[in-house]
Design a protein around this ligand. Structure first.
Ligand SMILES: Cc1cc2nc3c(=O)[nH]c(=O)nc-3n(C[C@H](O)[C@H](O)[C@H](O)COP(=O)(O)OP(=O)(O)OC[C@H]3O[C@@H](n4cnc5c(N)ncnc54)[C@H](O)[C@@H]3O)c2cc1C
Length: 446
């Protein structure tokens, strides 16, 4: 096996937002780091692809001032933002009872009221959502799936279908496998308001893509040696330090390690000694987020549309990305990809069929996307806990084990599952590692 590097303070495993923020924050504290990332790029589950003249986000896209950690980074680097979807002339609709029902502004207001009604438990379950304390739960709502909770909602059918479609979009996995708490939590974080929730989840994106932001952050990780194409195979912890072995046979030694991997892939790295049972079980069970997001090129000018559909449909949300007489690009979300009858993105027929209930007559030309659930470095989309998983896995998922620290959007306190949560966790872990090294470990720079 190749020799190790000179010892550094921290080896960071994973170059998503959590790992890269930690690298910058550690640099600011005078701590040296080696960041090892398996892919040939930074960003992990955010991925800006240049295609057909657009900076398309194949993963994480939307950010918002209600998400304090990511917004402070946007402000810090002066990264340009824009409203998306464009609201001017936006046609809103829901698929209900097999037909497309157009929604007037009043209808949208009624749909928002229905979503408020759905989220009524948020006030008692998440009285202080930024503090991660769960309120009293005499009815056991914390263990309820989104499907079970939807069955208690009594509103007009098209409003119910709109709420169901929104739940499918937020969960991005099967409703019976997704915890209702996950939807309550974002609603609470957005000030217990549907309008604010919708804005926080899907109203503002970065003009040049998340790629620009992560490169700004990485540019200030001055004491970090960032190594791409460096998949980690094994992490060995001893009394003296941590040795991280790569698939290539190389190794990096450091006083501590920050594991900034998705929860679903934790088990694909070998840890000696093994990780806590809760971490291993969480990784084996996976979170429920397993949907398919892609960009679909269609013939003609589709106009500016935003159409929601319930779980029975293969596509649960479609929104115009760009349109004109030469053709349109749609952003398409499917919470249960196997319903799409597509085995690969070239299968335009499967997508064309799946889109008919939302956009009758639409003709698909091409598809661009990334299959996150079958990507071995992600094994899922954004983190949505299964019913009851929240209470079982947090806070253990981010609990330090000896010299190993843990970060990632999947175990964040507040906007868990979001870019904001990844950044929050990166700030926290850098501070914790610095405190640990100050208290007992010896800094490589001291
Ligand atoms: C389709 C999709 C849409 C989304 N939309 C939004 C949105 O609109 N807004 C929002 O805020 N969030 C969104 N998210 C969620 C957000 O992108 C993620 O929660 C966040 O980016 C995760 O950051 P992270 O650093 O915790 O993990 P990751 O980004 O997953 O980073 C982990 C890194 O570890 C690397 N890695 C894995 N295994 C190894 C190994 N063995 N060795 C070395 N490296 C390894 C991975 O390649 C990856 O780079 C979306 C996610 C997806 C997939």
């Amino acid at each position: 096996m190749a020799t190790s590097d000179a010892e550094v303070d921290v080896v960071i495993v994973g170059g998503g937002f959590a790992g890269v923020i930690a690298a910058r924050e550690l640099s600011a504290r005078g701590r040296s780091a080696v960041l090892v990332e398996a892919r040939d790029r930074l960003g992990g589950r955010t991925y800006t692809l240049d295609h057909d003249g657009h900076a398309m986000e194949l993963g994480g896209t939307w950010v918002h001032p209600l998400q304090p950690h990511v917004w402070s980074e946007v402000d810090r680097y002066g990264v340009e933002t824009e409203t998306f979807p464009v609201l001017e002339g936006l046609r809103q609709a829901v698929v209900s009872d097999g037909r497309v029902v157009d929604l007037s502004d009043d209808d949208v207001a009624r749909a928002y009221d229905a979503f408020d009604q759905f989220n009524a438990p948020a006030a008692t379950l998440f009285p202080e959502p930024f503090l991660e304390t769960l309120g009293p739960d005499p009815q056991g709502l914390g263990k309820r799936s989104l499907r079970e909770h939807l069955e208690t909602l009594q509103v007009a059918p098209e409003l119910r279908d709109w709420v169901e479609g929104m739940c499918s979009l937020i969960a991005f996995g099967p409703l019976d496998q997704s915890g209702a708490t996950e939807v309550f939590r974002t609603y609470a974080l957005a000030g217990y308001s549907t309008a604010q929730d919708m804005a926080a989840l899907s109203a503002t994106k970065l003009v040049k893509g998340t790629r620009e932001l992560i490169h700004c952050i990485a540019g200030q990780a001055t004491l970090a040696d960032i190594r791409l194409n460096s998949p980690v195979r094994r992490v060995i912890q001893t009394d003296e330090g941590v040795r991280v072995e790569l698939e290539s046979g190389e190794a990096v030694s450091a006083r501590t390690a920050l594991i900034a991997l998705p929860m679903n892939v934790l088990n694909s790295v070998e840890f000696e000694p093994g990780l806590s049972e809760i971490k291993r079980t969480a990784s084996a069970d996976r979170h429920a987020g397993a949907g398919m997001k892609c960009y679909v090129r269609v013939k003609g000018d589709i106009g500016n549309v935003s159409i929601v559909a319930p779980e029975s449909q293969a596509v649960n949300y479609v929104v115009t990305y760009d349109h004109g007489p030469e053709g349109s690009w749609l952003m398409v979300f499917a919470a249960i990809p196997k319903k799409l009858q597509m085995t690969k993105f070239e299968d335009v027929q499967g997508m064309q069929q799946a889109l008919q209930p939302l956009l009758p007559g639409v003709e698909v030309e091409s598809i661009v996307g990334w299959d996150w659930s079958n990507d071995p470095l992600a094994l899922g989309t954004w983190c949505i806990y299964r019913p009851g998983q929240l209470a079982k896995v947090l806070p253990d998922l981010r609990t330090t084990e000896g010299r190993l620290f843990f970060a990632g959007a999947d175990s964040a306190s507040t906007w868990r599952g979001f870019i904001d949560g990844a950044i929050e966790s990166g700030y926290r872990s850098a501070r914790d590692i610095d405190d640990y090294l100050t208290a007992g470990g010896t800094s490589a720079n001291s």
